[in-house]
Design a protein around this ligand. Structure first.
Ligand code: AMP
Ligand code: MG
Length: 486
């Protein structure tokens, strides 16, 4: 048999917190499962034998049809604010945690059936949203952006009712922890302070040990935790804004305590640059518009701060712990944008130069990814026309270019272009690319998913012959409607 059988040595992990935090239950099987895709990279990081991953046993296990030896599956309970409103208890309504591997990775099956937290939901996820989550998890990783990962996505002909009848799929996703801000809000709202403290202590011990160390010198480990989560969140948001990633549903239950991108739903990578872009068709007020994301993250951190208040003990300290986000985000963001411009060191006028550029890009609705990639090639190889052609207002662009060239001249010659080509991706998971792969997958042709997985795993490489995946979106792309329905 395969050398890794049982394939995964488990450790207690989240389950050690005790039954107040979850319900143990098994996934509900799905008929006639089939493979859609798997990430060899994630499999390797879990120490899974590739032969096992190719087996029928793996297919059944990762669809939730047979238990993995030693795993004690569970669904966790959390609460949260959705669209700015307290929603009360939510929880893993369709994700089931299989456990934590000895190497410290949790494995969760999303779409694995109903749980006590499903509310009105059916516990399932459909093919299209599962392919989007699978691909985007791996795309984010390829971009160097913190994210939950995806080991596999499997499908089943089982019908699932959404706006129309679709079919079921399961994503096996992987992260050091799936704990959300909403887990803390849950116990705080119920005044279960012992559980709240146990959760915070668990998170500090496992993921933020430096907060405990800091505590010895300076007082409050829980305030340090809030500060540290804020800083990780600031780094995450800076990366989202720089790459043009719109999450779409930044509810507090979709905010990772580890600062990971989590819960891929109606997300979108920007096509044309519009700072006000709303990717989620269910978001009629634009609460989660692209340019609102950094503020929403702060609002969400504020909710986390409120939840941690009984542990921190002083409002003043909690507020002080939220402050670093407000300085760290702009600093990280400007740092990322400087790198996109090929500017290795910081200078006084950089923010103003960037601001002028963003206005130009927004005014002309210039394609975000293509602009940055072409600018990189201009700096690396001198081809100006492809960049200039993107702008209708040539004079304004030329003026900006003059300032940019002067600024660039102060950098070490030859390094800027290299930096830019490693910072500005050629390939991102645009909506229409996902949509085309999904259409093929519905006909049981998974070649589109495979190709995207390959390209998105190394999005800064040229991948000769694959320029179709790096081109402008077709007209119909702007009519794709992605909502919370998944
Ligand atoms: P989301 O908007 O996907 O982050 O989900 C919000 C909440 O609804 C979470 O508690 C999910 O577990 C739950 N949920 C979403 N879709 C379903 C579904 N089809 N069945 C059960 N629960 C769901
Ligand atoms: Mg969610």
């Amino acid at each position: 048999m395969h050398p890794l059988r049982p394939p995964i040595p488990w450790q207690p992990g989240f389950a050690a917190l005790g039954p107040a935090f979850y319900t143990e239950l098994r996934p509900t099987p799905l008929p006639e499962p089939y493979w859609i895709a798997a990430s060899a990279d994630v499999a390797r990081s879990l120490g899974l034998d590739p032969h096992w991953l190719a087996s029928d046993e793996a297919l059944q296990a990762l669809t939730g049809n047979v238990p993995l030896p030693g795993s004690r599956p569970l669904a966790s309970v959390y609460s949260g604010h959705q669209f700015g409103v307290w929603a009360g208890q939510l929880g893993d309504g369709r994700a089931i945690l299989l456990g934590e591997t000895a190497s410290g990775q949790e494995v969760q099956l999303k779409g694995a059936g109903r749980t006590p937290y499903s509310r009105m939901g059916d516990g399932r996820a459909v093919l299209r949203s599962s392919i989007r989550e699978f691909l985007c998890s791996e795309a984010m990783h390829g971009l160097g952006i913190p994210s939950t990962r995806a080991l596999s996505v499997t499908g089943s002909p089982a019908p699932v009712q959404r706006e129309e009848i679709e079919t079921a799929a399961v994503v096996a996703r992987v992260a050091p922890s799936f704990i959300r801000f909403g887990h803390f809000e849950h116990f705080a709202a119920r005044r279960q302070i012992d559980e709240l403290r146990r959760l915070a202590d668990y998170v500090i011990e496992r993921y933020y040990p430096e907060c405990r160390t800091a505590d010895a010198q300076a007082g409050n480990a829980y305030a340090h935790l809030l500060r540290a989560v804020g800083e990780r969140t600031a780094c995450l948001l800076a990366q989202w804004q720089a790459v043009g990633f719109c999450h779409g549903v930044m509810n507090t239950d979709n905010m990772s305590i580890l600062g990971l991108t989590i819960d891929y739903g109606p997300f979108q990578f920007l096509d044309a640059f519009d700072p006000r872009h709303i990717c989620n068709h269910s978001d009629s007020q634009g609460r989660y518009a692209f340019d609102q994301q950094p503020n929403v993250a702060y609002w969400n951190l504020f909710c986390l701060g409120q939840a941690l208040l009984p542990l921190i003990g002083s409002e003043e300290q909690a507020l002080a712990a939220l402050e670093p986000y407000r300085s760290r985000f702009p600093q990280e963001y400007l740092g990322r944008m400087r790198a996109k411009l090929g500017l290795a060191d910081a200078q006084e006028g950089d923010a103003a130069l960037l601001d002028r550029l963003l206005r130009l890009l927004a005014g002309g609705r210039v394609d975000w990814t293509i602009f940055w990639r072409r600018l990189s090639h201009y700096v690396a190889d001198g081809a100006l026309e492809p960049v200039r052609d993107l702008f209708a207002e040539r004079d304004a662009f030329d003026q900006w270019m003059l300032s940019y060239s002067e600024r660039l001249a102060q950098e070490v010659a030859g390094l800027a272009g290299d930096l830019m080509l490693k910072t500005n991706p050629k390939f991102v998971l645009r909506n229409h690319l996902g949509e085309l792969a999904i259409r093929r997958a519905k006909l049981l042709d998974f070649g589109g998913v495979d190709t995207l997985l390959k390209l998105l795993a190394s999005p800064f490489d040229e991948h000769p012959g694959q320029d179709d995946y790096a081109g402008f979106p077709p007209d119909w792309a702007s009519r794709i409607e992605i909502s919370c329905s998944s």
